[in-house]
Ligand binder design. Structure first.
Ligand SMILES: [Zn+2]
Length: 248
């Protein structure tokens, strides 16, 4: 078991019965330092919390026991389900965020995160691909953990979804219609409008998708790279769904 510093927050409640614990949501604290973030996550008036916080130098704090429902995701949605707090574990990464940063995530912090993800997915049987960012489950409100978060490195350790697409393809034949892009984003898990019109909400969803999967390109517009990445991820998501139904 990973060494934890217990730093209890009063901001939690029982998990509702009948909802599986099957996701992990990653956040950045968006604050000047870990001490201020811990204080906020333990302040009853803030009404926010997370199960864990990882200091940028590596130490791991446990604020809420994962058997309880912490208050980290807010209004949220993924893969057809709302209320992500009820089914997830929330991990805060001590980081300056978009407000005080940008700041990369140091190796010491990521090493603790990998070990924690190994432990949590094993103990609770959470599928390793169901590790997402706060922005993925709340794309209209949130940007964390942001485009500097090393999702690719995380995927190499076996956590989260990833596509191998990193450079824009030479051919433009992969283009999708707006409606097809919206449908693909929904099939991957995002709450995206399905109108065929590239409105503000679609742009926001597309931009958080790009922060996660194609951080070289943060336009909010479905380029060839976006479309190709979406198609590759759809293939991965479909094969995961098939193996799940195969396993029953
Ligand atoms: Zn967050």
């Amino acid at each position: 078991m990973l060494k934890k510093i217990y730093y209890p927050s009063p901001n939690f409640e029982p998990r509702p019965s009948g909802i599986p614990l099957d996701m992990i949501v990653l956040h950045y604290t968006d604050m000047p330092n870990a001490e201020e973030a811990l204080a906020r996550l333990c302040d009853p008036a803030s009404k926010v919390s997370a199960h864990f916080l990882i200091h940028k130098e590596g130490p791991l704090y446990q604020l809420v026991d994962p058997k309880h429902r912490a208050w980290h995701a807010g209004t949220s949605f993924w893969g057809g389900e709302g209320d992500i707090n009820s089914r997830s574990i929330g991990i805060e990464l001590d980081n300056l965020g978009h407000t005080f940063g940008p700041e990369p995530f140091p190796v010491s912090q990521m090493t603790t995160l990998y070990h924690l993800l190994e432990e949590l997915t094993q103990i609770y049987g959470i599928p390793a691909h169901r590790v997402v960012g706060h922005s993925d489950v709340a794309p209209l409100r949130k940007q964390d953990p942001g485009e500097l978060f090393p999702w690719h490195d995380l995927a190499k350790k076996g956590f989260g979804l990833w596509s191998s697409q990193k450079t824009p393809p030479l051919s433009s034949s992969v283009s999708l219609s707006f409606l097809e892009v919206q449908q693909a984003l929904r099939d991957i898990g995002y709450e995206c409008p399905l109108t065929g019109v590239w409105d503000d909400d679609s742009q926001k969803v597309c931009r958080v998708f790009q922060q996660h999967f194609t951080p070289v390109e943060l336009t909010g517009y479905p380029s060839d790279l976006t479309c190709q990445t979406l198609q590759e991820l759809l293939g991965i998501v479909k094969s995961l769904a098939q193996s799940r139904s195969f396993l029953g």
